[in-house]
Structure formats: structure tokens, C-alpha cells
Design a binder for this molecule. Structure first.
Ligand SMILES: NC(=O)c1ccc[n+]([C@@H]2O[C@H](COP(=O)([O-])OP(=O)(O)OC[C@H]3O[C@@H](n4cnc5c(N)ncnc54)[C@H](OP(=O)(O)O)[C@@H]3O)[C@@H](O)[C@H]2O)c1
Length: 309
């Protein structure tokens, strides 16, 4: 496993994060196997959200499973996210909702603090002064150690930063070989013959790098949002062939190569994996032993359907 220090955030965190979005499908004992396997592979970071599973079921399952693992609370980073309210069909960054969401997460997770709290997706009605008050309350009470965001464009980060006094140390964004919009636009800039030239996120990656905000890449193996994985998918023959060539050379799985491709980027991102299969977790963690060359990285990028302008 590789470890990194998040500027103004937790230190010595694993480059691979275990996402818990899919944990509600598991029994407590199977969830314990996932957590223990991830931990034994060197993963010390677990990602949650209030909206994973009905009424926070992922957090509940995690707390049922965690005591079965023998891992100490202080040896892991527990992150949760708030602001997406599926039952109410709205996004909500009001002070009231942020505070009650954290209380709910702490209760469900059975812990007395979150290492990191992220605002999950922008509430179009958010008032940055209210967010600032909520963060102050959470920091002063010791319920949250560090703060960040997810799916946020740079200008809204700037707006938040004008009011919030805690550093915003993380922006969790979608990024993978299949969903590479985060890096495509600068390559094709000013080219009106391709969709890749559209700036869809206000240059979020460069902004995060300039401001020492760690990017956490979510759904690193997915097609679109919930389209299944591109690994072994017949609709992605060129990509699978390129992954296979490097997987054979490095004696790892194709999924590990796809994760190594994310970790190879000099932004020092973390990759949040979502598998609930312990064997897949072990396979993927081998990504940290793979060193992709400059050429390997481009070969994978091109095999994912992009071209050099
Ligand atoms: N901030 C946001 O808006 C946001 C949005 C979505 C997700 N997330 C976070 O990102 C995490 C990861 O998302 P994700 O689950 O979509 O990630 P993912 O790692 O891209 O996808 C995991 C899925 O791919 C499947 N899969 C198939 N073959 C696989 C293989 N060879 N190796 C590994 N997995 C394989 C897994 O099935 P098996 O379980 O059978 O292996 C699982 O269903 C979530 O848990 C959550 O924490 C954040």
C-alpha cells in the first residue's frame, strides 16, 4: 500500500480507500470480512455517506461489522458525507441538516467523531455563512476533525472558502479511465470538433492541485454512474486488451492496472474502490506495487477511446 499526507487533513492515509456504498447488501459477518481484508491489505480509510442504503444502512452495517474485525477505531480514518437527501428528493446544506446528519452518522457508525466530513453534492440553495456556522459547531464539539467537499466546482469552493474558516482539504470527484473528464479538456482545448474540449467542471483538478486539496476518485471502475464495470466488458475491447497486456506484464489483475492508472497521475489522488468481494480487494491493492511508465499511462488513456489532437 502507498500512503500519503493530506495537506491540512489526516496524515499517512492509504492511497486506496474502501468505499462502503455497496455494504448494505452484505451481512454483518461478510461486511467484517470486507473491512478486515481491506485493512490487512493496508487500507486505513473508509468512505461513507448518509445516503448509502436506506436511512444510512451502510453506516449501520459498518458499525455491526467493525467490532468483529478486532481493528481499533483509532487505527482507521472514517469519513462520511452529508447533504444528499434521497427521501426528500433534495440536496440540503442547511446548518440544521448538516448538524443532524453528523449526529445520525455518529450514532449509526457507533463512533464519537468523524475523521473527515464532506459535503456530498452542492445544494443549489446553500448559504455559505450557514455552512460555516455548522462547521464551527462540529469542530468545537470535537465531532469532526477535518472538512471537505465532493462534486464541487472551483467557484463554489471559493465561495465556501470566503466564509468557512476550516481548510477544505478534500474534493471527491468521479475519475476513471472511462470517466476521465477531469483531465480531458486541457488536452483538446479550443478544439470545436470534439466533445472532449468542453470544460465541464471549471478545471476542478488543476484548482485542487493549486490549492492543496486532495482529490478522491470515486467509482474508478464504473461506466457512467452506475453502468457496471468496464473490466471484462465486451463493449470495451481495446481498453481490456491494453489493461490485459499490462496486467500480464505486472502479474496483477486488470482492475489493479486501472487503479494504478489513477494513482500514477502526479496529483497524488486517492482511489475509492467499491468492491465488496475480498478477493477483488486483494487484487486491486496490488495496484500500489505497479509502476506505470509515461508511455503505459498514455497507452491506457488512448485505449479508453481518446486520441491525441
Ligand atoms: N462522491 C460521490 O458522489 C460518490 C458517488 C459514487 C460512489 N462514491 C464512493 O465511491 C465508492 C466506489 O464506488 P463504486 O462502487 O461505484 O466503485 P467501483 O470500484 O468503480 O465499482 C465497484 C463495482 O464493480 C464491481 N466489479 C466488477 N468486477 C470487478 C473487479 N474485477 N474488481 C473490482 N470490482 C469489480 C464490483 O462488484 P464486486 O463487489 O462483485 O467486486 C462493484 O459492484 C463508493 O463505495 C462510495 O464510497 C462516491
Amino acid at each position: 500500500m502507498k500512503y500519503l499526507n493530506i495537506q491540512n487533513g489526516p496524515q499517512q492515509v492509504s492511497a486506496i480507500i474502501q468505499g462502503c456504498m455497496r455494504m448494505p447488501a452484505l451481512s454483518a459477518s461478510d461486511a467484517a470480512k470486507v473491512i478486515r481484508t481491506a485493512f490487512d491489505c493496508g487500507i486505513n480509510f473508509f468512505d461513507h455517506a448518509t445516503c448509502y442504503g436506506h436511512e444510512g444502512e451502510a453506516e449501520t452495517r459498518f458499525s455491526e461489522a467493525f467490532p468483529l474485525t478486532g481493528i481499533r477505531r483509532e487505527d482507521v480514518i472514517i469519513q462520511s458525507k452529508c447533504g444528499i437527501c434521497p427521501e426528500r428528493q433534495e440536496f440540503d446544506w442547511t446548518k440544521k441538516n448538516i448538524l443532524s446528519s453528523v449526529d445520525d452518522s455518529l450514532r449509526r457508525l457507533g463512533v464519537d467523531y468523524l475523521d473527515t466530513l464532506l459535503l456530498h453534492r452542492p445544494d443549489l440553495l446553500f448559504d455559505p455563512a450557514e455552512v460555516a456556522e455548522a462547521f464551527d459547531t462540529l469542530e468545537q464539539s470535537g465531532k469532526v476533525r477535518f472538512f471537505g467537499v465532493s462534486n464541487l466546482i472551483p467557484m463554489q469552493l471559493e465561495l465556501l472558502k470566503k466564509y468557512v474558516k476550516q481548510p477544505l482539504c478534500i474534493n471527491q470527484l468521479q475519475f476513471s479511465l472511462e470517466q476521465s473528464q477531469l483531465i480531458d479538456q486541457p488536452l483538446y482545448m479550443n478544439n470545436k470538433t470534439t466533445e472532449f474540449s468542453v470544460n465541464r467542471d471549471g478545471s476542478a483538478l488543476d484548482y485542487c492541485r493549486l490549492h492543496d486539496i486532495t482529490v478522491q476518485a470515486w467509482s474508478p471502475l464504473q461506466i457512467g454512474m452506475f453502468g457496471g464495470t468496464f473490466i471484462d466488458n465486451p463493449d470495451y475491447p481495446a481498453l481490456n486488451e491494453a489493461l490485459n497486456t499490462l496486467a500480464d506484464r505486472e502479474h496483477v489483475s486488470k482492475a489493479a492496472v486501472a487503479i494504478a492508472w489513477i494513482l500514477r497521475h502526479p496529483a497524488h489522488m486517492q482511489a475509492i474502490i467499491g468492491t465488496m468481494n475480498p478477493a477483488h480487494i486483494q487484487d486491486i491493492c496490488a495496484a500500489c506495487d505497479v509502476t506505470l511508465s509515461h508511455h503505459d499511462w498514455y497507452a491506457l488513456y488512448l485505449a479508453s477511446g481518446k486520441f491525441l489532437p
